[in-house]
Design a protein around this ligand. Structure first.
Ligand code: NDP
Ligand code: MG
Length: 394
């Protein structure tokens, strides 16, 4: 039995990972981590019997301890906060750590897991976007595998099998994108959109933060940076292509002009399972593509004018250093403010731009972990001071 630790086990990716583990029956879940969802993690503990569990919130950890007192099995060790996440990632026995927390909180536990020699199944893209220059060399040094879970990156990774080992060079990555719920809309038409409108993703069911990122196209911008790090490809060789319906999960063009694509139904269990059993494929229950019913697959160029977060991400990625940290921290802050109805939808890109412009003077070419976290704190403080935008100029 291989052993797995899952960071973010109560979320969209976390619960689907546990579905894959449940169906295959040959992974032992040794560790779980969540933010505050005591009820669900208690159920997961009863089913999977991990050795160690981390709750981000102190109160949630205390409540979980109390609830487990009467459990008819040996309760796991409960650890708390960042210290707990790092302990879980590096000390709890594991062959692989699946990182599915949301945001930059994943940086330190991911680095700790790498340094402890564990393979990483990476869903938490914010970690790679903001600390890729530390994660990639650390992974190389430790000789561990960094296996993509994000569907586009899993698709690219699958296309590269049988190519990379022969040194066959990528000429372009074609990163596909559904376009999100507002595809075809103008800025004016998006001025009054609500949280509910933005949470209606046309093809994927995901956590709230990434669903909003998909509506602004910030997600695709993060994914371009993620692909740059994972596949060592310059950002101007990565092209975003809108493919409504998410049938093609991404494509790779090689030097001879050949294009390979990975297609499938929009089901995250496929990339999760591929990462867990790489390089093997296994049966996965679920719907299969019906090409005659599908009829056609269409493509469009992304609308950069009405979805400015995409170009802001590319600007951040090309600038590098601390700029992607500021892009990402501003986006995390603005998405949270939008979800709390304190910022209009269009305010998300506006706040990212404000923070990036203000950061130019303090740009750091190669921030270490402390400097990354300081740039994150600076961004949040800057945006808090800038005040919530009630009406946004477009
Ligand atoms: P969710 O919001 O559904 O889940 C987040 C998980 O992280 C929950 O288990 C949550 O716990 C936990 N969590 C949040 N904050 C902390 C913290 N500080 N410490 C410990 N645990 C924490 O997110 P998703 O599953 O949608 O996304 C997870 C990551 O995967 C993101 O980086 C996202 O971009 C990426 N991703 C997601 C995809 C998807 O289909 N959902 C596709 C591709 C990438 P609690 O429930 O207690 O709050
Ligand atoms: Mg994706």
């Amino acid at each position: 039995m291989r052993e797995i630790v899952i960071l973010g086990s109560t979320g969209s990716i976390g619960t689907q990972t546990l579905e894959v583990v449940r169906a295959n029956k040959d992974y032992k879940v040794t560790g779980l981590a969540a933010g505050s969802n005591v009820k669900l993690i208690e159920e997961q503990i009863a089913e999977f019997r991990p050795e160690m569990v981390c709750m981000w919130e102190e109160a949630a950890a205390s409540e979980l301890k109390t609830r487990l007192e009467a459990a008819p099995f040996t309760a796991p060790e409960i650890v708390v906060g960042m210290e707990g996440l790092i302990k879980l990632s590096s000390e709890c026995p594991a062959d692989i750590v699946l990182t599915a927390v949301v945001g930059m909180v994943g940086i330190r536990p991911t680095l700790a897991a790498i340094q402890a020699g564990r393979d990483i199944a990476l869903a938490n893209k914010e970690t790679l976007v903001t600390a890729g220059h530390l994660i990639i060399p650390a992974a190389r040094k430790a000789g561990i595998r960094l296996l993509p879970v994000d569907s586009e990156h899993s698709a690219i990774f699958q296309c590269l099998q049988g190519e990379a080992e022969y040194g066959n060079k990528i000429s372009r990555i074609l990163l596909t994108c559904s376009g999100g719920p507002f595809r075809g809309k103008t800025l004016e038409q998006m001025r009054e959109v609500t949280v509910e409108d933005a949470l209606k993703h046309p093809s994927w069911s995901m956590g709230k933060k990434i669903t909003i990122d998909s509506a602004t196209l910030a997600n695709k911008g993060l994914e371009v940076m993620e692909a740059g790090w994972l596949f060592d490809v310059p950002l101007d060789q990565i092209e975003v292509v809108i493919q409504p319906g998410s049938v093609i999960h991404s494509m790779v063009e090689f030097e001879d002009g050949a294009v390979k694509a990975q297609l499938g139904t929009p089901d995250m269990k496929l990339p999760i399972q591929y990462a867990l059993y790489y390089p093997k494929r296994r049966h996965l229950a679920g719907e299969r593509l019906d090409f005659t019913a599908l009829g056609s697959i269409c493509f469009e160029a992304p609308d950069r004018e009405n979805f400015p977060a995409l170009d802001l991400a590319l600007r951040a990625g090309k600038t590098g250093g601390s700029m992607p940290v500021v892009f990402n921290a501003a986006n995390e802050w603005a998405v949270a403010a939008f979800l709390e109805r304190k910022l209009p939808f269009l305010g998300i890109a506006q706040k990212i731009r404000e923070a990036m412009d203000a950061h130019e003077a303090d740009w750091n070419a190669s921030p270490d972990v402390g400097e990354i976290l300081a740039a994150e704190a600076w961004t949040r403080a800057f945006l808090l001071k800038s005040g919530p935008a009630k009406r946004v100029a477009i």
